[in-house]
Structures are given as structure tokens and as C-alpha cells.
Design a protein around this ligand. Structure first.
Ligand SMILES: O=C(O)CCC(=O)C(=O)O
Ligand SMILES: [Fe+2]
Length: 483
């Protein structure tokens, strides 16, 4: 510093550096500034004194901060002590009242959160969620092959029969076309009425929606679904087995297999759909609330009352929405059908003792009979039934579909008996298996196009007990989502 005596600016820089090195960081810099200024004023002679002044100031500042921290600590700790003392001084009645008040507040918060959720997704009758992933603005992916491939397109739920309304084979050049082009070209080839852009979606045979042409494979079969409709399982042919890669059977640990049992009605069998432990949980949950099943008796004015009937002699119980097992099963059914869980009713557990049955009926409510129900008149109804078999039935208890065209060719024909459970297709209950059938046609299902061939019943149990459970999915959102 003596070297630069008299040169204020340089000495300022010098002293900053020096103090900066000694003290380090911001503190050094502050002291340096003070020192430099002092040097300018006094001609740079008494650097030591200036340094002492700066250190004294720094000490003062540090003390100020420390004493402020002390005071704050004191205040918060004394508040804490006061709060604890207050709590300790409560007598038992006051403590009890405080507990109740806190519980009410917590309950209120939970209830409001639930109401918010319910309002947002529950009580809202709407058409299905739509993911429009293809649009006329899509551009071809030029990195795809320019070699032509063959793509088979079908209407929703089409059975690949080869008839012009059910199937069209398109030559597609992947590097030059988009999924949008294929969908709309395919739609026209099927002879369907023209639809606007953004109105078609493309699915594969197990219900996965495609987004781009990259996902299409040579020789693949694809289903064209109107934007607001649900994808329907295609039956293809009796005995066809579809393997669902995105759905693992909880019983076998392997991808679920969906076997076509009938085309009319659209009826499928899934073995290992429910694990043994899930079946146990469902039966245990229902056991205490089982009561005799009833059927709806509808007057000529359309008003219905529930009554005990010889048509249905079993017992039943409705399970709550929000238990782990019902939640799990609902999610699995959503993954299987592609229909959102909130379109479903609660799980109905059914139990037949020896000699009990449920004669042939439809799961939908006939709007021509239930004439006072505005929702049915608007086309709302049960669309899909998934029926679980929960236990091993010693004898009898098959589910029968008397109007279904059986493999042996029994045919639909006029129905001579609602109680003849050997007619049509019979499904023997197998523990852990489930059947899925549609009570509506794919075409027009949003408007409630009912399928009379979905008539079915539960044959008399001849020995042992039969446990099952129904999950009904409507073509629109369910209105009763409360627990
Ligand atoms: O028990 C069966 O197999 C059929 C039951 C049924 O159709 C029903 O509960 O609606
Ligand atoms: Fe039924």
C-alpha cells in the first residue's frame, strides 16, 4: 500500500484485494471500500486505524444480528410454551370439545374435497371421452417405407366376415399417407355415410387406439370408431381367442385371453379374470348384507316396484365403490372394455343355493315397458355385463343364452321357453372366470340400440352353492357414484 501512496484509485483496488484475501467474500470487500475511502481522506497514512474502525463496525453488525436472532428465538419458544401450557390446562370437557371441533374441521375438509371430485367427474352425464389423435393436418412420415402394405379396416365391432360392409382391404403406401387418410379412405370403402374430419378414431383388435400410421402393420386389422362412440370387442368367429397384451390375468400372470362364445349376442369368456383371493374378498364383503333378490314389477303407467318373484330366487348384495377389491376389479373391467369405470354400476354379488335360479331376462331396462323413465327414452341403458364366477359349483348353475346361435347351430328362432336352460349357449361356472356380453349393438349404441339376443339367465343350481357378481356398464355415465 505504501507503494501506491497518494494514488487513491489504485490504493483502493489494492486494499480491496488485500482485505478480500484476508477476510474472504463479501465481508472483505465491504471493509476494503471503507479502508480505501479513509485512505483518500487522510492521504493513506493510518491504514491500521481504519482497519480497526472497520472491524469494530463489523463486530457491531454481527452483534446486532445475533441479538435479533436471540430475541426471535425467545419469542417463538415462549409462544410454543404458552400453547403447550394452554393445552395442558384444558379440563377434560374442554379437551373433548377441542377434539370434536378439530375432527369436524378435518371431516369438513375431506367432505369438501370429495364433493369437488364428485362434481368434477361423477355427477355429469356426458358422452364418452374423446381422444382425437388424427387430423387432416397430419403430415406423412417420410421415413416410413414406400413399399405398399395391405391394411384391413372394419366398422366398430366388425367381425371380419369379408362382406363389403364389414371389411375392406386397402393398399397403403406408408411414406406417403397418414392414419387420417387410411381412416377416411377405409370409411368410404366400407360404404359408410361421410363423416367430417376429426370424427373417426382407429383401434386395433384388442381396443388400443392408434395415433399414427407408424403403428399400423402389414396385414393388420383395424376398427374405425366414430369419435363419440365406444370401441366394441369384435367377436370374429366362435372359438376365436384374442390375447390382450395390456391386461395380465391375476390368476395366471399371463396376458388375458378373450374367447368368443357367440356373435349374437356378442359374448366372450375370460378365464382367470379374478384371483382366488379377490373372489374370497368379494364373497366375504357381501356375506353380511345378502338379501333375497327381487325383480322390477312395472305397471301400465310405467312406475316400477321391486318385488320377490319366482323368476329370480337367488340372493344379492351391492358392494360399495371404494374398497380395494371393487376398485381393482372396476379398473380391470375398464382396461378390458375400454368403457370408463364411471359408466358402471356398483358390483352386485349374487348367490344361489341349491334349487335356486334366475330365468331368462335382459339386463337392459326395456324403454317400452318402463315408459316413465326419461333416461331410457333418451337412449341411456345398460350396455355391457361382466359376470364373474367366484366359486366352484358342484352341479348346475350354468348361465344360458337361449337366443344365441350355438356352435351346434341351435339358432335364435322363436323362444318356446324362458326356463329351458339347455337352449342356445351354456356357460358352466368356473372359479375365477368371467363372461362379458353386450346388451346393445355396436351400431347406434349411444342411442340405445338394444340387442334382444342378449337374453340370458342362470340355470338352477343342482348341488352346492353358486356365487357370482355382476358389473353393468352403461352407455353413458352412471348417475349414482355415491358410496
Ligand atoms: O347367474 C347367472 O348365471 C346369471 C345372472 C344374471 O343374469 C343376473 O344376475 O342378471
Ligand atoms: Fe342378467
Amino acid at each position: 500500500m505504501a507503494k501506491v501512496k497518494g494514488q487513491g484509485t489504485e490504493s483502493t483496488t489494492d486494499s480491496r484485494d488485500k482485505v478480500g484475501m484476508d477476510g474472504g467474500g463479501g465481508r472483505g470487500r465491504a471493509v476494503g471500500v471503507v479502508e480505501g475511502r479513509a485512505e483518500q481522506e487522510q492521504g493513506g497514512h493510518d491504514g491500521q486505524a481504519v482497519k480497526h474502525i472497520a472491524e469494530a463496525k463489523e463486530r457491531q453488525a454481527r452483534l446486532r444480528v445475533e441479538s435479533r436472532d436471540e430475541v426471535c428465538k425467545g419469542v417463538t419458544s415462549s409462544m410454543r410454551h404458552r400453547f403447550v401450557d394452554d393445552l395442558r390446562s384444558l379440563n377434560s370437557t374442554e379437551a373433548w370439545i377441542l377434539g370434536v371441533l378439530i375432527s369436524i374441521m378435518v371431516g369438513l375438509i375431506v367432505f369438501l374435497a370429495y364433493l369437488g371430485w364428485f362434481w368434477a367427474i361423477g355427477y355429469n352425464e356426458a358422452t364418452p371421452d374423446t381422444r382425437v389423435l388424427i387430423s387432416p393436418d397430419d403430415q406423412p412420415n417420410e421415413s416410413l417405407s414406400c413399399e405398399a402394405i395391405t391394411v384391413h379396416v372394419h366398422p366398430n365391432g366388425g367381425n371380419n366376415t369379408g362382406s363389403p360392409n364389414d371389411s375392406a382391404a386397402l393398399k397403403v403406401v406408408p411414406c406417403r399417407e397418414t392414419l387420417f387418410d387410411v381412416a377416411h379412405r377405409g370409411w368410404a370403402a366400407l360404404g359408410a355415410d361421410a363423416v367430417g374430419p376429426n370424427e373417426l378414431r382407429v383401434f386395433d383388435g384388442v381396443g388400443i387406439q392408434l395415433g399414427t400410421l407408424d403403428e399400423v402393420v402389414d396385414g393388420g386389422h383395424y376398427y374405425l370408431v366414430l369419435a363419440f362412440e365406444y370401441w366394441f370387442w369384435p367377436g370374429l368367429y366362435i372359438g376365436h381367442v384374442a390375447v390382450v397384451p395390456h391386461l395380465i390375468s391375476p390368476a395366471t400372470g399371463k396376458p388375458l385371453e378373450v374367447e368368443t362364445l357367440a356373435l349374437e349376442p356378442r359374448l366372450f369368456l375370460m378365464r382367470g379374470f379374478v384371483s382366488a383371493s379377490e373372489a374370497e374378498q368379494v364373497m366375504a364383503a357381501a356375506n353380511t348384507t345378502m338379501k333375497r333378490s327381487e325383480v322390477l314389477d312395472t305397471s301400465s303407467s310405467g312406475s316400477s316396484t321391486s318385488k320377490v318373484s319366482a323368476v329370480r330366487t337367488s340372493s344379492q348384495a351391492w358392494l360399495g365403490w371404494w374398497t380395494l377389491v371393487t376398485w381393482t376389479l372396476n379398473a380391470r373391467i375398464e382396461a378390458l372394455t375400454g368403457v370408463p369405470s364411471h359408466n358402471g354400476e356398483r358390483l352386485q354379488v349374487i348367490r344361489y343355493f341349491n334349487d335356486q335360479h334366475y330365468w331368462a331376462h335382459h339386463d337392459y331396462f326395456d324403454p317400452a315397458v318402463h315408459i316413465s323413465r326419461a333416461d331410457l327414452a333418451s337412449g341411456r341403458n345398460r350396455m355391457i355385463t361382466v359376470l364373474f364366477y367366484l366359486n366352484d359349483v358342484e352341479a348346475g348353475g350354468a348361465t344360458y343364452f337361449p337366443r344365441a346361435a350355438a356352435p351346434a347351430g341351435v339358432g335364435r328362432g322363436p323362444l318356446s321357453s324362458y326356463t329351458n336352460c339347455t337352449a342356445g349357449v351354456n356357460v358352466k361356472p368356473e372359479p375365477g372366470a368371467a363372461i362379458m356380453f353386450y346388451s346393445m349393438h355396436a351400431a347406434g349404441h349411444l342411442d340405445g340400440a338394444l340387442d334382444v339376443a342378449s337374453l340370458h339367465g342362470g340355470c338352477t343350481v343342482e348341488s352346492g352353492i353358486k356365487w357370482g357378481a355382476n358389473r353393468w356398464l352403461n352407455n353413458r355415465r352412471e348417475l349414482q357414484l355415491l358410496p
